[in-house]
Design a protein around this ligand. Structure first.
Ligand code: HEC
Length: 102
């Protein structure tokens, strides 16, 4: 039930925004991972509870896969080409520390 509504939220958000797009969001130099997530990601990935940002599948629950996902997006998720370097590391660290892995 919970999982279904998360998936439906993804579909609804993707339908509104379109697919295969690129986001030109650029994080401020001193933004924390949490700030980047709440600005750039939470419109689609609504935090599940205070300390749980996302549910990650096992295959993306590592830093390289997360950065790859963020920078390349997917059919339904925009590519964030401007989240690079330290900002990408901070965002990936934040997600790894604040997500449930399924
Ligand atoms: C326009 C909506 C949208 C935005 C904005 C968005 N995402 Fe996504 N994201 C999706 C959708 C839809 C999926 C599920 C389909 C897929 O995996 O491609 C997804 C999947 C993911 C996954 C894979 C989850 C898994 O377990 O396989 C990760 C990680 C992720 N997003 C991280 C982020 C991060 C970090 C940001 C912010 C920089 C972000 N997303 C911004 C729509 C979005």
């Amino acid at each position: 039930m919970k999982k279904t509504s998360v998936v439906l939220t993804f579909f609804a958000a993707a339908a509104l925004i379109g697919c295969g797009s690129t986001s030109d969001y650029t994080p401020p130099a001193d933004a924390s991972g949490e700030q980047i997530f709440s600005t750039a990601c939470s419109e689609c990935h609504k935090p599940l509870k205070g300390d749980v940002a996302m549910i990650l599948s096992e295959k993306v629950a590592n830093k390289d896969a997360l950065k790859n996902k963020i920078q390349n997006g997917s059919m339904r998720m925009p590519a964030f080409k401007n989240i690079q370097g330290d900002a990408a590391d901070r965002l990936a660290d934040y997600l790894l520390a604040n997500s449930e892995v399924k």
